[in-house]
Design a protein around this ligand. Structure first.
Ligand SMILES: Cc1ncc(COP(=O)(O)O)c(C=O)c1O
Length: 485
């Protein structure tokens, strides 16, 4: 074995494979995040015995763990972002007047400039806006078509007396389909709801970009254009969940003909121009820890929503946010639409996805914008869906490594309000959600190895039994026990 002396100290063993950078492994130059770290929050991992106790105390529900007992927290990308120095500086410029805060006008200007809607009603977070639009537009007996359900969105539609109908393309329900725009609406399914007077029962079509429950999958510009044309033909409005539209725009830039030369900001504005309004959880794309809004072009919805907001959220110029929060959202909107930020954001998610798929671990493909989704059915084919395979997998991952993820399967799907039975979705997933600007590539390596370790130990795993079930959005607070023997 030959050895080479480096600086008189280090010895390189030529039999050992040479270390390679992330870029070299993929045959290209490496890229790096367009920021540097100014403040850190220490992390600590409790030992396996401690994790065992913590998990039992949490009823095998990762939402019920204390964050101090978590090592790498991939529960959600919601409100877990790191704010920039500009955003923190903006927080100091909060105008905390009860009415007419200057920060509201900054927020309104940012929404008008980047999303193009005329009116803005602030809310404390996304579900506050979902509540307002549902109460303002839905009557008992209405149906609301959408590209796959989202938990809080559907619940607010149901609480207003409506019923959600899924009109997403079939490929979205297949974790292995490589369709580039798995978030698209199936126009034939949508039109079938409109014909024979059906459109009269549809207060609006509810389009989400990207589709969280399908694995963060995007909607194409062609699809939103076609949906708009169909809605126009039947006189139906089109409202958009823009929570992760900046990520959706990145996929349009990458995959759709004619968009490679356009910026994320241009694509975002064009996408919104096909819709009548939107709601948002700013806790995602907008790089803040709290906030949201509802925006629209129609005056009638604006009037209703700005009246309802004072009942449920706060005055129409703060809607549940402090002035400083609105300033951080206004600045966050600009930062979210920056191409370099979005390249790093999606690049990091993709890096983790590529490790897992190279190792043949079962994940939803193509990798989406905000998370990696593990396919729990293929982890645990021996665990029936009624024994909550995804809930079980999230618990096993925590136990192995202190990494916290979220169930997105039968528990999240809840019960059918008509029959009272569990809804059994085709997708039984665990979401490893990547907070924005928070973790490094080394964290992603640790996560990938932990997922592999859990996969390698999949055999003896039995599943869980639900022992407490709350009435609404049960995935947040349900408790479980392991099935023994
Ligand atoms: C697509 C989507 N819409 C709406 C919401 C609800 O927003 P919030 O959690 O801010 O109430 C979420 C939250 O996860 C979401 O992912």
């Amino acid at each position: 074995m030959s050895a080479e002396q480096l600086d008189g100290a280090q010895v390189v063993d030529e039999a050992r494979p040479m270390h390679r950078t992330m870029g070299q492994q993929s045959g290209r130059r490496s890229w790096a995040e367009p920021w540097k770290i100014k403040m850190v929050e220490p992390l600590r991992m409790i030992d396996r015995a401690g994790r065992d106790v913590a998990l039992r105390d949490a009823g095998y529900n990762t939402f019920l763990l204390r964050s101090d007992d978590v090592y790498i927290d991939l529960l959600t990308d919601s409100g877990t972002n790191a704010m920039s120095d500009r955003q923190w500086a903006g927080m100091m410029l909060g105008d905390e007047a009860y009415a007419g805060s200057r920060n509201f006008y900054h927020l309104e200007a940012a929404v008008r400039k980047h999303y193009g809607y005329r009116h803005v009603v602030p809310t404390h977070q996304g579900r506050g806006a979902e509540h307002l639009i549902s109460q303002a537009l839905i009557k008992p007996g209405d149906i609301i078509p959408g590209n796959m359900y989202f938990t809080t969105t559907r619940l607010h539609q149901e609480l207003a007396g409506g019923a959600f109908v899924d009109v997403i393309i079939d490929e979205a329900h297949d974790p292995a389909s490589l369709h580039p725009f798995k978030g698209n609406i199936d126009l034939a399914k949508l039109e079938a709801l409109f014909v024979d007077g059906g459109a009269a029962k549809v207060p609006y079509v509810c389009l989400a970009a990207t589709v969280n429950m399908a694995g963060g999958q995007p909607v194409s510009m062609a699809n939103v254009r076609d949906v708009r044309a169909l809605c126009n033909r039947y006189g139906v409005r089109l409202y958009l969940d823009v929570t992760r539209l900046a990520e959706n725009a990145w996929f349009i830039q990458e995959r759709e003909e004619g968009y490679a030369g356009k910026s994320i900001a241009e694509i975002t504005l064009e996408f919104c121009s096909h819709t009548d309004g939107a709601w948002v959880s700013s806790k995602k794309d907008h790089l803040v820890n709290i906030g949201g809004w509802l925006a629209m072009n129609h005056d009638d919805l604006f009037q209703k929503a700005s009246n309802l907001v004072v009942v449920y959220e706060g005055l129409h110029t703060y809607g549940g946010m402090a002035g400083r929060d609105m300033e951080a959202v206004a600045i966050g909107i600009e930062e979210a639409l920056d191409d370099a930020h979005m390249n790093a954001r999606i690049g990091q998610v993709r890096y983790l996805g590529e490790l897992l798929s190279d190792w043949h671990l079962p994940i939803v493909l193509p990798v989406g914008g905000h998370a990696i989704f593990l396919d729990a059915r293929r982890f645990y084919p021996h665990v029936a869906q009624s024994c909550f395979p995804a809930q079980t997998l999230a618990a096993q991952l925590y136990l192995d490594s202190g990494i916290r993820a979220m169930e997105r399967g039968v528990v999240s799907a809840g019960r059918d309000p008509q029959t009272g039975d569990h809804r059994y979705p085709k997708l039984e997933l665990v979401r490893l959600t990547i907070p924005r600007r928070v973790y490094t590539q080394a964290h992603m390596d640790v996560v990938a190895e932990a997922v592999k370790a859990v996969y390698d130990q999949r055999e003896g795993v039995r599943g869980l039994r639900m022992v407490y079930e709350p009435e609404y959005l049960r995935f947040f607070q349900a408790r479980f026990e392991p099935i023994e023997g």
